[in-house]
Design a protein around this ligand. Structure first.
Ligand SMILES: Cc1cc2nc3c(=O)[nH]c(=O)nc-3n(C[C@H](O)[C@H](O)[C@H](O)COP(=O)(O)O)c2cc1C
Length: 207
């Protein structure tokens, strides 16, 4: 009973911010397999040139699960967050539009049909992941920035393991006249308390 209560509270904690809206489930994430950790660490690197190949929904789902998916029955995640505030918000951008990731449902929801990738980074990538934080939930902004780093490293390691290339991008904030990511945050329709800290370009490495 106690376990069920803890689980319910945890689910409420990270339950997706707009529960009424329609989410599309990703295929179940691969939670086994992949490359041995040391091999992935050895392969981890920044890559900025990608082939034009689009990523499948399964590839995107597996990446987002690795980045910030639920990995325990109590609703905790693949990335730690300070005081378990679970304040990180993950969005992704493709040529089809902008989407929000819901870890609890392992599902996504379309936010807008516009292609916002050019505001997330300068690299030609089929996919951009946006890492943001809900500062109303975060222990503080300092911890939210650190929590972003864990998600970023998860993305790097998953990409190394899955044969994908990625680049963490902090300079998205300087794109479009130093507007602190305004175009990107407006496109994602983010309220003031959600701040974008980092983006990641992702794609199949160019030959
Ligand atoms: C927080 C952070 C921000 C970064 N921002 C950018 C960026 O805006 N543009 C870029 O090309 N690379 C960016 N990088 C990638 C670094 O340049 C890269 O990690 C570094 O050169 C080391 O290369 P490696 O990742 O292959 O070890 C960023 C990396 C981190 C961790």
């Amino acid at each position: 009973m106690r376990k069920m209560l803890i689980f319910a509270v945890a689910v409420l904690c990270i339950s997706c911010w707009s529960a009424g809206e329609s989410f599309v489930k990703f295929p179940a994430a691969d939670k086994k397999g992949g490359m041995p950790l040391n091999e992935a660490l050895n392969n981890r690197r920044t890559l900025r040139k990608y082939s034009t190949a689009n990523l499948s929904v399964k590839q995107i789902g597996d990446l987002l699960w690795a980045a910030y998916g639920v990995n325990r029955a109590d609703g905790k995640l693949t990335a730690p967050t300070a005081a378990n505030r679970q304040e990180i918000r993950i969005y992704f951008l493709t040529k089809e539009g902008a989407f929000a990731y819901c870890p609890v449902k392992h599902a996504y929801k379309k936010i807008d049909s516009a292609d916002l990738r050019k505001y997330a980074g300068v690299f030609k990538a089929p996919l951009y992941v946006v890492i943001a934080a809900d500062l109303n939930k975060a222990a503080n902004r300092h911890y939210a920035v650190m929590d972003t780093g864990y998600v970023s490293q998860n993305i790097y390691l998953h990409c190394a393991s899955a044969g994908l290339g990625t680049c963490a991008i902090g300079s998205f904030t300087r794109i479009r006249e130093g507007n602190k990511g305004k175009v990107l945050r407006d496109g994602l329709k983010l309220p003031a308390h959600i701040e974008i800290f980092l983006t990641h370009s992702v794609g199949v490495p160019a030959k």
